[in-house]
Write a protein that binds this ligand. Structure first.
Ligand code: 5AD
Ligand code: SF4
Length: 431
């Protein structure tokens, strides 16, 4: 009998990838098909994130509302990072939940759905050699895990606690998956891991010595793959060899995410980030020198407990110097089981003001950058065709809307930027 699965995914690309694995395993081995209508679902899965506090609080009200409308007999499962962090607490607090499956225990999905009230949150479960069922649908973009877990000890971050120690996935499995996805129509590959450029630091079975730069070279040999992206690299591991490969390899998208977190050396030290602002700037300058049109993105946390006003000014100063093309910014949120958890928090009004100042500064930078884009020509891959326009990304990560629906999904076009509206770019195909 055909059963229906409803799945909602929060958080990062790693979680999206885990949801893909869950869907593929359940489709192939348990005969599920996807539904977007929660009322007809036989199985409801929430794949959760716990990186900041709010989504975690929302989880229980969300479970309550699903339990109220679900079909009689339908099961509810909680997966992902909040599942790892809270474990059996979830079933205690929300008895309508049927099972809890932690991040990095995804390969157990087919057995857990048939085990009442099961909780599988083994923090160092090793799935690095497990060959998940693959989405057979052709998709122009393929997300491919290259490592699981994280060995860093950033003092604000829950991830090492929810995703365990770092293990790299063997090269042959990555290449096999990439080749199959390319054969099924993928044009773009996104390599995923908590610290992708630390690839090769540890395997769970004997493996040749290899680093991220070698992996990039191997992936770029695959026919059919035209664009390679990766999230997230760590600034600390951006050595010269990596930066040169990034700049010179034509298949690598010239957009790079460089999570700064803070522009103050004192705060970076308290965050245990392992680099200084000088190191970060040196890496940025090297990348910009080799790749003048590079797009750089970042993550920034304001109001870390030890952040003084002058530290915050250092962050603003770094944002002005780098002129990030994308910036995700957050107010620090204390997370249990992290080393910063017991530090005294900064007043929430001051924190909110700092976030606003930072975001306003970035908005100005984006507006200035968008104006400079007019008349530039970008090679754009079409990612989405809507009713009256198509959307795609340039090689350096800029989202561009083209008022032309006569383009092919996954196709590459030369597009000239014609105008910008509030920082959003519009262009037309150069024929
Ligand atoms: N509080 C606020 N932001 C956080 N992040 C991670 N942990 C926290 C926290 N405790 C942010 C970081 C990270 C992004 C995914 O989320 O900027 O890079
Ligand atoms: Fe959220 Fe981090 Fe887990 Fe991703 S790894 S789902 S961002 S807590």
């Amino acid at each position: 009998m055909n059963k229906k699965l409803f799945i909602k995914t929060f958080g990062c690309a790693m979680n999206t990838r885990d949801s893909d694995h869950i869907i593929a395993e359940l489709k192939e081995k348990e005969n599920y098909t996807l539904t977007e209508d929660i009322k007809e679902a036989d199985l409801i899965i929430l794949n959760t994130c716990s990186v900041r506090e709010k989504p975690e609080r929302k989880l229980f009200s969300e479970i309550g509302s699903y339990a109220a409308i679900k079909k009689k007999g339908a099961k509810i499962g909680i997966c992902g990072c909040t599942a790892s962090a809270l474990g059996k607490e979830i079933i205690k607090k929300a008895p309508s939940v049927d099972f809890v499956l932690g991040a990095r225990n995804v390969s157990k999905i087919t057995s857990i759905i048939n085990t009442p009230k099961a909780v599988e949150v083994e923090i160092n479960h090793d799935e690095s050699n497990y060959e998940f069922c693959m989405t057979t649908e052709s998709n122009i973009r393929a997300l491919i895990n290259i490592s699981i877990g994280c060995d860093k000890k950033c003092s604000y971050c829950i991830v090492p606690h929810t995703r365990g120690k770092e293990i790299s996935i063997p090269l042959n499995l990555i290449l096999k998956e990439a080749q199959i996805r390319a054969d099924n129509g993928a044009k773009e590959i996104i390599l995923l891991g908590q610290n992708v450029n630390n690839y090769g630091a540890r395997f769970s079975s004997p493996h040749e010595k290899i680093n991220f730069t070698r992996l990039l070279k191997e992936i770029s040999k695959i026919n059919g793959i035209e664009r390679i992206k990766f999230v997230s690299p760590h600034p600390l591991h951006m050595d010269d060899e990596f930066i040169e490969e990034f700049a010179n390899n034509k298949k690598i998208s010239k957009y790079i995410h460089m999570p700064l977190q803070s522009g103050s050396n004192a705060v970076l030290k308290d965050m245990k980030r392992g680099y200084t602002k000088e190191w970060f700037l040196d890496r940025v300058n090297k990348i910009k020198k080799l790749c003048p049109d590079v797009g750089i993105g970042t993550d920034i946390i304001v109001a870390f407990p030890t952040e003084k006003e002058e530290d915050f000014y250092d962050t603003l100063d770094m944002v002005k110097k780098v002129e990030f093309d994308t910036m995700y910014s957050f107010v620090y949120s204390p997370r249990k089981d992290t080393s910063a958890f017991n530090m005294k928090e900064i007043d929430s009004k001051i924190a909110a003001t700092r976030l606003e100042i930072l975001q306003n500064l970035h908005k100005q930078i984006l507006e200035k950058k968008a104006k400079n884009e007019i008349n530039k020509i970008h090679k754009v891959m079409i990612e989405n065709i809507k009713d009256s326009a198509s959307e795609g990304r340039s090689d350096n990560g800029r989202l561009i809307t083209i008022k032309d629906t006569n383009l092919s999904l996954g196709g590459f076009y030369d597009v000239v930027i014609t105008n910008n509206e509030n920082g959003s770019l519009f262009g037309k195909v150069v024929r």
